[in-house]
Design a binder for this molecule. Structure first.
Ligand code: PLP
Length: 462
């Protein structure tokens, strides 16, 4: 028997700088971006809504790993469930079997979904859920075209990438999935014009768009659903980011009383421990895809039903409901939005707060007062969206809060806090934002110097 692999000793003996390792073996450009924006702390532990560096400085995580850590980090219940699962030596990934755990997690998801959705296909990620949804819609309708929305984000594999509603990330990777059309969120006429051509297999939407936190009202979504029914187009709701309680309901479509044909999920489903995703669909769609014994594995994924992901999923649902986190997301979200709206009255550049539950976008626009406006214009002329980076960076470097600019070239900041946050985290964030905005509005030179530096670095690295 060889000695056990002692992870702690291994890490203690490997004191290489993480940045140097990434520079040499991983993404050196990202190393540069993190350094330039000031996001270059190294964390050594994480719990709940907080991350810690080696000096035990605490960082408030309002990004949640892009929405993965709905339960907060290192949740003890999910952790214990995974330890138990490993210790049970379960017969994982036999493949030619019908193992219990995927059946149990599928049943739990279906219990929480619209009665129209009765079947589940497990995946490993958000983009894989979208790729599956595209295939299923095509097969179920015998049509080819997929319609999506401008500004949409569905992932970065070639089908999802084609469906994304902006050109970022696409250059040089084509040709992508053909027969994809984009229309504007809220524009029913364009949707009907597309659908009535009779060749649209699926209309894929995020009910709250992750890139920019753009939303539409319930009546629009109801009409979308009706148009999809009328023209026999599969209505696909991408809940990879909005699902599992993020918006204050288990599924975001519940806010709009919708009955989608396919729903894609991922991110929060495993509590952040194991990659996982799922496609929920109607029985009709499922039976058109898996329509014979010969086609029993016509779509499959080696790790899709892996036991650790299934156990993490079951434990995540248990925690979400046992700790009333969905209700907390709704209440904490309302509190946050109310406090943030007060800041919009105080600061002229801060003009809108929107979202549902704990998916919140804050948008900034050109201030009216002359001195601030000229600074804003200068930054925007150098690089569109830089103004919001000048908020995100000091939120991190001065207050140790992780947030993100919501999309390329826009002055929108998005926050995705874990669903566990309480008044302490809400107040900490609002006070910090107040402080940063005050600095900006007073024309604090350090912030604008930092902006100039960002511009210089961006230009020299082109
Ligand atoms: N769909 C939505 C709505 C997303 O927000 C994302 C990722 O952010 C994806 C799909 C892609 O997920 P993944 O990064 O797991 O492939």
């Amino acid at each position: 028997m060889i000695q056990p692999f002692n992870l702690k000793a291994y890490l203690d003996n490997n004191t290489a700088s993480p940045a140097a390792l990434h520079q040499q073996y991983l993404n050196h450009q990202l190393v540069k971006v993190l350094k330039t924006t000031g996001f270059d702390s190294d964390y050594v532990s994480a719990k709940g809504a907080w991350l810690y560096d080696e000096n035990n400085n605490a960082y408030l995580d309002f990004l949640s790993g892009f929405g993965v850590y709905a339960l907060g980090r290192s949740h003890p219940v999910v952790k214990q469930a995974l330890i138990d699962a490993i210790e049970m030596d379960l017969p994982n990934l036999v493949q030619l079997d019908h193992s219990l755990l995927p059946g149990l997690l599928a049943r739990e998801l279906i219990k929480r979904a619209h009665p129209n959705l009765t079947k589940v296909f497990f995946t490993n990620s958000g983009t894989e859920s979208i790729e599956g949804a595209i295939k299923f819609a095509r097969k179920a309708t015998s049509k080819e075209r997929i319609v999506g929305l401008n500004h949409a984000f569905h992932g970065l594999s070639t089908g999802s990438l084609a469906l994304n509603g902006s050109n970022e990330f696409k250059a040089g990777f084509g040709p992508l999935l053909p027969k994809v059309t984009h229309i504007e969120l809220g524009d029913l006429k364009s949707l009907e014009n597309q659908l009535k051509q009779g060749d649209v297999a699926g209309f894929v939407v995020e009910l709250i768009q992750g890139k920019g936190v753009y939303m539409a009202d319930a009546s629009y979504w109801q009409e979308v659903q009706e148009l999809c029914r009328k023209y026999q187009t599969i209505f696909i709701v991408d809940e990879v980011q909005t699902g599992l309680g993020r918006t204050g309901k288990f599924f975001c479509y519940e806010h709009y009383q919708l009955k989608p044909d396919i729903v894609t999920i991922s991110k929060a489903l495993s509590g952040g421990f194991i990659p996982v995703g799922a496609i929920l669909m109607t029985k009709e769609i499922h039976s058109k895809v898996f329509n014979s014994m010969e086609n029993a594995v016509v779509h499959s994924s080696t790790f899709g039903q892996n036991h650790l992901a299934m156990v993490a999923g079951l434990a995540t649902l248990y925690v979400l409901e046992g700790e009333n986190l969905i209700e907390n997301a709704q209440k904490a979200g309302e509190k946050l939005v109310e406090k943030l709206k007060k800041l919009t009255e105080k600061y002229e550049a801060f003009n809108d707060v929107r979202g549902l539950g704990l998916m919140i976008g804050m948008s900034f626009s050109e201030p009216k007062s002359l001195s601030l406006r000229s600074k804003f214009k200068l930054l925007e002329a150098a690089h569109k969206g830089l103004f919001s980076q000048l908020i995100v960076s000091p939120l991190y470097t001065k207050h140790r809060i992780i947030t993100q600019v919501a999309a390329h070239n826009v002055n929108i900041i998005k926050i995705l806090p874990p669903l566990i946050i309480q008044d302490k985290e809400i107040n900490y964030f609002v006070d910090a934002l107040d402080d940063v905005l005050q600095d900006m509005h007073k024309g604090n030179s350090a912030i604008y110097e930092f902006g100039k530096n960002l511009i210089k670095t961006a230009i020299t690295s082109r």
